[in-house]
Write a protein that binds this ligand. Sequence first.
Ligand SMILES: Cc1cc2nc3c(=O)[nH]c(=O)nc-3n(C[C@H](O)[C@H](O)[C@H](O)COP(=O)(O)OP(=O)(O)OC[C@H]3O[C@@H](n4cnc5c(N)ncnc54)[C@H](O)[C@@H]3O)c2cc1C
Length: 433
Amino acid sequence: MIDFSVEPEFQAKLDWMAKFVREECETMDLLWPDQSANFDTKNEPARRHLKPLQDQVKAQGLWACHLGPHLGGPGYGQVKLALMNEIIGRSSWAPTVFGTAAPDTGNAEILALFGTPEQKQRYLGPLMAGDIVSCFSMTEPQGGADPGVFTCKATLEGDEWVIEGEKWFSSNAKLAEFLLVICVTDPDKPLTERMSMFIVPADTPGIEILRNVAIAGEPDPENGHHAHIRYNRVKVPLDHMLGERGGGFKVAQARLGGGRIHHAMRTVGKCQRAIDMMLERAVSRTTRGRKLGDHQMVQAKIAESIIELEMFRNLVLKTAWIIDEIEAGRMPHGASRNYIGMCKVAMASVWMNVIGKALEIHGSLGISLDMPLANWFGGGMGLAFADGPTDVHKSQLARAYLKKATPAPGLFPSEHIPTRTAAALARYPDARG
Ligand SMILES: Cc1cc2nc3c(=O)[nH]c(=O)nc-3n(C[C@H](O)[C@H](O)[C@H](O)COP(=O)(O)OP(=O)(O)OC[C@H]3O[C@@H](n4cnc5c(N)ncnc54)[C@H](O)[C@@H]3O)c2cc1C
């Protein structure tokens, strides 16, 4: 049975969230608008303002909702999380206010899944409490999306691992309390057993941030949030490996699926907000004697945006449902993989299309920084690359389906009409009288 209804008790939670995000989180967006301000634990005024809001979220039982009870969260499941993230996605501060900000969410997930009791106590506890932020340091300048060419290595020297090499686009490294760094430890092993994951405290000697690269929407090109880092013989004790030796690939994979679908859920919220904005503008502004919304080209933009977002939202909800079915043991492990790939591919294009159309309907005001649309639009392409570029996901998706496809039985495709008609006539020779 397919049921799109929401239980009244849960709807009440969503209603509380919608009001709270609008009144409190969006206010924080205005007071501290830098894209990554929510990760800066040293911003005292913002932190003072944030804490009571986080307490309200906790009191509502809505804190860190991406984690199930076995990982220390309330565990609403992915479908409900999708509905919550739609609301959270409207504001850039809301993920921090609700304890669901990436990359900390994914990092918390793998610490909960693979961490030792000591690692959980030292790193996961404060991370879950929202007291610190973390960094995931995987991509390399020469490697990008291809882990097969990663060179950053960790070598065992006595009772320490020594890390040497460079990483690229390590988001929030300059603000993080610790970094999760994936390193080659066993170069002669197959790719999936070649790397290990390390927890590296940010004050460990030898971590050199070469530059903090900025992306569209960040104000200062020389002080962005995506670090190019050199690890100069950075030493960590043996107990700072996360997971098993050679298990780094598996640990990294465990965080990426969740990260991708959570971004997709929040994208629904951001695009919904853009549609709200385009509707308001269309009934407010008059040109050539008519409201914008009375012009057919504007109507087309509105209709296309609504349809595209509705299709995407349904894809995201179905994916969330499949993940819940897997959790409940009713679907096999891996059943969500293609769907998460579809969400990942669709996400950036839906974002750019819908927000782009909202921007266009606002004209010069839309591209100006008096409205949030231009910055949102610029950030959209980042979504296409973060957690792996769109093209890679398209390719993986196509290959998964191609693997299941069978070649045509003869010279022509199995849907070749003359061949099928001949077979039909052979079955019913008298059919045509
Ligand atoms: C906003 C943002 C935040 C990020 N945060 C982090 C982070 O915190 N930690 C981290 O480790 N990394 C992070 N990244 C890096 C991200 O993981 C990489 O951008 C991504 O893996 C792609 O690598 P690349 O940018 O070097 O592109 P490349 O790998 O060079 O790819 C460029 C293009 O080449 C093509 N291409 C590449 N590979 C294939 C393939 N297999 N099949 C077909 N086409 C292909 C595609 O068109 C692709 O867009 C972040 C990126 C962004 C934009």
